[in-house]
Write a protein that binds this ligand. Structure first.
Ligand SMILES: [Zn+2]
Length: 421
């Protein structure tokens, strides 16, 4: 019995150390066995054994010699792009985006389908076809699938990978992880859009190097991905980050959630559009209205941004109003979490970008001074790709946490399912 425990313990330690080494190769410039030993505190012999195992798993490769002053040149190591592939799928409102990346997250294939329906059966069927197409592309590159990351715009029960509710799609209770793991035979990770975008920006975008930051996804709704000490804060069941429903004006407009004056109702896309439409209907002129050919249902946030850039007073006034209210929500988040960085993404970020100084001044005037001294506010650098890259990062995170086990679970190919199914 003692023997079994001892060997189980040894195996756990080996897996943790392997993860540690892989993590250093992912995020630092430690590139030789000696520097890895120095950074991890492991012996040179242990590092060499584990690196050999990682090379055998195809996750790490040697890339020539590194010369240093004195001593023999050392062999350089790096993550092996051919270590496997990851499929990222994002189901949004009106579209599905898909990508296939290699082990270092280079995009090797991508596609996007615009949808005029949110019917769950039709939408899921298209998403599955895209996943199959991605796997075919991976197979053509001789890459085995390490997992699928799926982004959904709603509340996700993270431990089950189950969508509980997606208000803007009208979907309830869909067990995506169970459904897709059964169908595709590889690990599936289901991530909420705000959390996915935060992960994407953390590994590949403007939040690289930041461990305490908040990604705010500003679109029709407003959601957030909150990273604390390098980890996503998800709450007890995974529903944290519904910041769009913090009430900033109890006498304000009625929100579909049943309350009045929610942040997203006051500072989301609908509020921006409504401001311009109401003003035009009361007799004022706006260039944005011309761009929309005088039709309320054609008016978009980008038209209002363009009109403002052309000097249209009403468009500027509308964006100024919305940006001020947006700043109030940002201030509340800064006072609550004391982050190093706020990243603003989502389709509304393009409208906010030229008006960012307004957000900054609301924050600096209304937050506690000591909290705002060091906080930086940036616009997302990945734009529309933030969620998709976050889905890929979510899968890679689990591989990095346990490389040997996850590499074994990866499949050379999906079960044979016809693309025409
Ligand atoms: Zn609400």
């Amino acid at each position: 019995m003692v023997k079994v425990q001892k060997s189980a313990h040894k195996s756990l330690v080996r897996r943790l150390n392997m993860s540690l080494i892989l993590g250093y190769l992912r995020t630092s410039d430690r590139r030789t066995r000696a520097s890895l030993a120095a950074s991890t505190g492991l012996t040179r012999a242990t590092v060499s054994t584990l690196v050999d195992e990682l090379i055998a798993l195809n996750l790490v490769r040697e890339t020539g010699l590194q010369h240093s002053q004195g001593g023999r040149p050392a062999t350089r190591l790096e993550l092996n792009p051919e270590g496997g592939c990851v499929i990222g799928i994002e189901i949004g409102v009106g579209f599905i985006a898909a990508a296939l990346t290699d082990f270092i997250a280079n995009i090797r294939w991508r596609d996007r389908v615009e949808l005029d329906t949110s019917d769950p059966a039709k939408t899921v069927s298209i998403a599955e076809k895209l996943a199959l197409e991605a796997e075919h592309r991976g197979r053509a590159l001789s890459l085995k699938v390490l997992g699928i990351g799926l982004v959904l715009p709603g509340l996700i029960k993270t431990d089950e990978g189950r969508l509980k509710f997606a208000p803007n799609l009208g979907w309830h209770d869909m067990p995506f992880q169970e459904m897709w793991e059964k169908r595709f035979g590889v690990p599936v990770h289901v991530v909420n859009d705000g959390n996915a975008a935060a992960l994407g920006e953390h590994y590949f975008g403007v939040a690289a190097g930041y461990h305490d930051f908040i990604f705010i996804n500003a679109a029709v709704g407003i959601g957030a991905g909150i990273m604390i000490d390098g980890k996503l804060f998800q709450g007890v069941e995974g529903y944290a980050g519904e910041v769009g429903h913090m009430v900033i004006d109890p006498g304000g407009a009625l929100c579909p959630c049943g309350r009045r004056g929610c942040w997203e109702k006051a500072a989301g896309i609908q509020a921006l559009l409504k401001y311009v439409i109401d003003a035009v209907r009361s007799g004022r002129f706006s260039r944005a209205w011309e761009l929309a050919e005088g039709k309320a249902n054609k008016l978009t946030p980008d038209m209002i941004a363009q009109a403002a850039a052309e000097g249209d007073p009403l468009a500027s006034e509308a964006i100024t109003r919305i940006t001020n209210l947006f700043g109030i929500g940002v201030m509340n988040l800064i006072n609550t979490f004391n982050p190093q960085l706020i990243v603003i993404g989502g389709s509304l970020s393009r409208v906010i970008e030229p008006f960012l100084p307004i957000v900054e001044s609301v924050v600096s005037e209304q937050s506690f001074r000591t909290l705002t001294d060091k906080v930086v506010i940036k616009i997302s650098s990945l734009g529309d790709d933030a969620c998709l890259m976050g889905a890929v990062a979510a899968v890679l995170d689990t591989v990095f946490a346990d490389p040997a086990q996850r590499s074994e679970k990866a499949q050379q190919q999906f079960p044979a399912i016809s693309l025409k199914a």
